[in-house]
Design a protein around this ligand. Structure first.
Ligand SMILES: Cc1cc2nc3c(=O)[nH]c(=O)nc-3n(C[C@H](O)[C@H](O)[C@H](O)COP(=O)(O)OP(=O)(O)OC[C@H]3O[C@@H](n4cnc5c(N)ncnc54)[C@H](O)[C@@H]3O)c2cc1C
Length: 427
């Protein structure tokens, strides 16, 4: 390790997460010698390890960059350029070349063949070591001062080793941690205020509490806020506090900022009917009154995939006795049931606990970053990757995909721009 100040590091990467590792490895593999990767905690890649319930959903089988960008509530079309150079196919190839095979599940999510996130961690750590990246754990970047004409003076909080360093180029990949945002702001960058994304919805009051554990798919959710409306469809899980499941998490990802502005209060319209139209339901109910005339309402649901607990709940909400027979169902009762199936309304009163995945929306403003290289447009030699940027995806491997893409692009660009300063010329 070069002593403090004697020889500046050609590249310091702050943050040993998915993005920082990918950037450091890519820069080193592209020929940059002298890459120092700083990780504040004793354990790098901690989020990779806990991700996907310990399986790590590495990316998603969405192969067309134009379709891929639709999965990023923040980032969106701006990511078309980066994803045209390095997206899902490139990530899958990259991991394969580094000894990790990914396997696609029915819903498109890609996991390591071993089904263990530790395999992803091992692959990244081995690749970093093989490429000659120097990893320093327990070393947090505290401040970064830009030097004239270029380079950075860094101060660290570290249990051992030098706490003052110089580097020619600096990449910030500190994820959602405030320290990286503060350093970026001090170096002249605009920060889009952070707000949580990918959370569950708390209903207040929660009339669905007795249904905790019920899963319905597909359910259409429509969130109504003053001046904004968000809609998603997919599996929904009823929880003790409200609603969770993929459709809910997607909804809160797209509505993250609007929900925050309204103090997490909104109206939610839920269509439990599995996409059936009003007319479909009227025809189905007429048929049931005729064909199942003698059956009790509680023992014969309109269709088998409708959860029995949910059906009983809707009967009760509509004030209809379950012991009554289908033939006895009166028109106004039928209308009330169809309305409840197609458009039940609930009051959202807050955020529930986070889903399996949690990311911070907001971060370094994309307008100030060259997304072809991840280089700062404000300061030469400064780069960004990963969640620190104002980019976040929905669940399903999209957040890691952005880390692989931005990390790879930054690493390659860092190596290319370091080439311009001929070897031995680093100051
Ligand atoms: C429980 C959970 C499960 C998830 N599962 C998935 C999933 O399956 N698929 C998916 O796509 N996404 C998933 N995500 C989201 C995904 O983990 C993040 O999008 C991703 O980890 C962001 O990577 P990053 O490298 O940008 O930041 P991070 O992973 O947060 O890494 C940043 C690193 O920088 C370090 N650091 C911070 N400040 C400093 C500093 N000043 N100096 C030095 N080091 C610093 C941190 O300790 C950390 O190790 C999950 C998130 C959570 C919380």
């Amino acid at each position: 390790m070069p002593p403090a100040f004697a020889t500046p590091w050609p590249l310091v990467v702050a943050g040993g997460g998915a993005a920082g590792f990918m950037a450091a490895i890519s820069a080193a593999e592209a020929g940059l010698k002298g890459v120092l990767l700083l990780e504040a905690t004793p354990t790098p890649l901690a989020k990779v390890l806990i991700s996907g319930g310990g399986r790590c959903n590495v990316t998603h089988a969405c192969w067309d960059p134009r379709a891929l960008v639709g999965h990023y509530p923040r980032g969106g079309r701006a990511l078309l350029g980066p994803f045209s150079r390095f997206a899902t196919a490139e990530a899958v190839e990259w991991f394969k070349a580094h000894g990790l095979e990914l396997v696609e599940e029915a819903d498109g999510r890609l996991f390591p063949r071993s089904n263990r996130s530790s395999a992803v961690v091992a692959s990244l750590r081995e690749a970093a070591q093989a490429a000659g990246v120097t990893l320093r754990t327990g070393a947090a970047l505290q401040t970064a001062e830009a030097l004239q004409p270029e380079g950075f003076e860094l101060s660290l909080r570290a249990s051992e080793g030098p706490t003052e360093l110089r580097c020619c180029q600096l990449l910030l990949a500190t994820g959602g941690h405030p320290s990286g945002r503060q350093i970026a702001a001090r170096l002249g960058h605009t920060l889009v205020p952070p707000v949580p994304s990918l959370f569950t919805l708390a209903l207040k009051p929660n009339p669905l509490q007795e249904l905790a554990g019920v899963v319905m798919d597909p359910v259409r959710l429509q969130l109504e806020l003053p001046g904004a409306r968000f809609q998603q469809q997919g599996p929904v899980l009823v929880t003790h506090w409200g609603l969770s499941g993929p459709a809910t998490l997607r909804l809160t990802a797209f509505a993250a900022r609007a929900l925050k502005e309204q103090g997490y209060r909104a109206q939610l319209r839920v269509d439990w009917s599995g996409g059936r139209s009003q007319q479909d339901l009227e025809v189905a109910f007429e048929g049931l009154r005729r064909d199942q005339a003698r059956r009790q309402l509680s023992s014969w649901r309109p269709w088998p995939e409708l959860s029995r607990r949910l059906w009983l709940h809707l009967l009760a909400v509509c004030g209809i006795e379950g012991t009554g027979r289908w033939a006895e169902l009166r028109r106004p009762q039928q209308k009330a049931l169809i309305d409840a199936l197609r458009a039940s309304r609930y009051a959202v009163g807050g955020r529930g606990p986070f889903g399996e995945e949690f990311v911070t929306a907001g971060g370094v403003s994309l307008g100030e970053v060259n997304l072809a290289t991840m280089a700062s447009r404000k300061l030469t030699g400064l780069y960004f990757a990963g969640e620190l940027l104002d980019v976040d995806g929905i669940t399903g491997g999209f957040n890691f995909q952005h880390c692989w893409s931005s990390g790879w692009l930054a690493g390659r660009a860092l190596a290319a721009s370091a080439d311009l300063v001929e070897d031995g010329e680093h100051r």
